[in-house]
Design a protein around this ligand. Structure first.
Ligand SMILES: [Zn+2]
Length: 625
């Protein structure tokens, strides 16, 4: 036995002695009451009762962020009327910092903390309370006392008559308003939906799954239940089991999509109320739900060391969000394909749209995936008008690099393994045991699965900004890319072929939006375009060559119909209220459409890789439409 192993044995024995001594001390117990019986004021009345708290100085700390949303939000800004009592007598409370309060106790005691939290922010990572429901995230409501993170936390919910609760927390003694979290992390990880919402239920592997729906729209409950069940089954098959006792999908239907947030055995997804039809919109709903569900493995269990257990008081940094979020996007859509909820055309069209979006962003040549992950706190979550020029999303590029990595592993292993094998090994070795992995383990596991080095791949596409050569990777599966432009001269009754052209179009190099009084306003000025150092975000476009342009369509027509690449035009605009005119030379537009098409002469190897990857027969005619 090497000497460090001797040390390990002694260390463990010493910890056991310490644990035994500590277990002689009384352990405090923690009970929260969440009172949402005055919803019209948007105020949660909170009570925290701590029994058995030892004498001394104590702190109450509220998280500044919530896991999954990498943004410091300073939730304590909504807290007011903080009071602490010891054995029913008021104690002095002192404010220690923006999210921290302190108090002193004398002798072992029962302490009651009362405070109120304003909650009128409808989002998946925020809390909302009104006459229609109560929804909360733990990071906004639950204070941590000292460092008691490993104790169980009880939560009693007091709600208006007729309201019920849906949450990932375990119910206590059959009381549908009494819940218990094993520790503080689970408490923070378990949002709750409370109200008169509908609950759809299905079972997979004898485990109950609930879909709690707040709000109404054009959803089809039966179809939704069927589709969500198919997602659960497809992802269960990928990992070989479901690592929870029950799972809750909280679905918010409102006038806007609010995204999704993942948890260990629940998720909240916010969609537009009318996002369930037509199919074009519904595909995004399926992708959102599939993404958040896949997270129960990827990021909630399979994650780098920094992403759990969490430090809730400050930003936590990792270079791996492309694997946590981008690969989750990749598998979200791939498992929709495996569940037969997406056909191959839908799958490949979605991939082609992502390639188009990636290739339009100059930021892909500036920021690497690793940097994009690390800087998420100050860049992805705090975008500005110039973000497309300086940054790249680890969702978008991470998804695409996941596609390429999967195809590369499949090619090198003669289709024996894919990227899913990397995730399974990380899950078996780390995720299933509740531990995070060192960051270098990701590349090592890819190399172990593929049996060869991926140093070049990681340096180029993950740690570097080399443009991703999609043709090469898609070629392994017998697929090619075609980029085309909308034919500006096409007639309404022209065939589909005539509506597009392979001929590149002239481009002003800006994205336009509508400002006050229907004015045309520059939203983005691309560094890859001719207006990069001439037009700024916020400029109000007025005229081309002295003639007024009134709509975005008008502008596009004037440029594409009356000019060619290389023409010089004069653009007039208001900047901060002053009329300006500038000359610029029209550049080449990025393609309007990117398509993924089958190679005419695909080999048997290419076809076999396609079939193993998409779990569908080689069907050129389906993808050729
Ligand atoms: Zn995500």
């Amino acid at each position: 036995m090497p000497c460090h192993e001797y040390l390990g044995v002694f260390w463990k024995a010493w910890i056991r002695i310490q644990d035994a001594e500590e277990s002689l001390l009384p352990t405090p117990t923690f009970h929260f009451t969440v009172d949402c019986r005055e919803p019209g004021y948007h105020v949660y009345h909170m009570t925290l009762t701590v029994a058995g708290l030892p004498a001394g100085k104590h702190t109450l700390t509220l998280p500044v962020w919530t896991p999954g949303a990498y943004e410091v939000q300073d939730f304590a800004r909504h807290v007011f009327n903080m009071h602490v009592e010891m054995d029913e007598k008021p104690l002095e409370v002192y404010h220690l910092g923006k999210s921290q309060w302190g108090f002193d106790t004398y002798g072992e005691s029962q302490v009651t903390v009362r405070y109120q939290v304003y909650a009128d922010e409808l989002g998946v990572d925020t809390s909302h309370l009104d006459q229609s429901h109560a929804y909360f995230n733990g990071a906004q409501l639950f204070f941590l006392v000292d460092d008691y993170k490993d104790q169980p936390y009880d939560v009693l919910i007091q709600a208006p008559p007729g309201w019920h609760v849906s949450t990932g927390l375990d119910v206590v003694e059959g009381n549908p308003f009494h819940y218990r979290a094993r520790d503080y992390d689970i408490l923070i990880d378990s949002p709750a939906e409370i109200g008169t919402h509908r609950v759809l239920t299905f079972t997979v592997d004898q485990k109950p799954h609930h879909i709690a729906i707040w709000g109404h729209g054009n959803e089809d409950a039966e179809k939704l239940t069927h589709d969500v069940e198919a997602i659960v089954q497809a992802q269960r098959d990928l990992f070989g089991g479901l690592p929870y006792d029950h799972y809750t999908f909280i679905l918010h239907l409102s006038d806007r999509g609010t995204g999704g947030l993942e948890h260990l055995n629940s998720t909240t997804c916010g969609t537009g109320r009318f996002a369930y039809r037509p199919r074009k919109k519904y595909r995004h709903v399926l992708q959102l739900i599939s993404h958040e569900f896949f997270h129960l493995w990827n990021v909630k269990r399979i994650h780098p060391e920094m992403l759990g257990p969490f430090d809730y008081n400050r930003e936590v940094y990792t270079h791996l969000l492309w694997a946590m979020e981008g690969f989750t996007d990749y598998f979200a859509t791939l498992t929709l394909r495996y569940a037969e909820l997406f056909n191959t055309k839908e799958y490949l069209d979605n991939l082609a749209d992502n390639i188009k979006a990636y290739e339009k962003k100059p930021g892909r040549l500036v920021q690497s995936l690793a940097e994009s992950s690390f800087d998420t706190w100050i860049k992805l979550y705090k975008p500005d008008a110039d973000s497309p020029n300086r940054t790249i999303s680890y969702y978008l590029k991470g998804d695409l690099v996941g596609t390429c990595l999967d195809l590369e592993i499949r090619r090198r292993t003669n289709r024996q393994y894919g990227l899913d094998e990397v995730l399974r090994r990380l899950y078996d070795r780390y995720g299933a045991h509740g531990i995070g992995f060192p960051e270098s383990v990701y590349q090592e596991t890819v190399e172990e699965v593929a049996g060869s080095s991926f140093e070049e791949f990681f340096q180029a596409y993950i740690n570097g900004t080399t443009p991703v050569p999609f043709e090469t990777f898609l070629g392994y599966a017998g697929l090619r890319l075609e980029r085309s432009y909308k034919n500006p001269n096409a007639d309404d009754d022209d065939t589909k072929d005539k509506k597009t052209t392979g001929q590149p179009l002239p481009w002003l190099g800006v994205d336009i939006g509508t400002g006050d009084h229907q004015t045309l306003v520059v939203k983005v000025s691309y560094t890859s375009g001719p207006a990069a150092d001439k037009l700024n975000p916020g400029d109000q476009l007025l005229a081309i060559n002295g003639y007024q342009v009134k709509t975005e369509e008008d502008l596009k027509d004037r440029i594409t119909l009356d000019h060619a690449i290389g023409d010089t035009i004069e653009v007039s605009y208001f900047r901060r209220g002053r009329l300006e005119t500038v000359s610029l030379v029209l550049g080449t537009a990025p393609p309007d459409e990117v398509k993924i098409l089958p190679e005419e002469n695909a080999t048997e190897d290419q076809k076999a890789l396609y079939e193993a990857w998409l779990r569908a027969p080689w069907k050129p005619e389906e993808t050729a439409q």
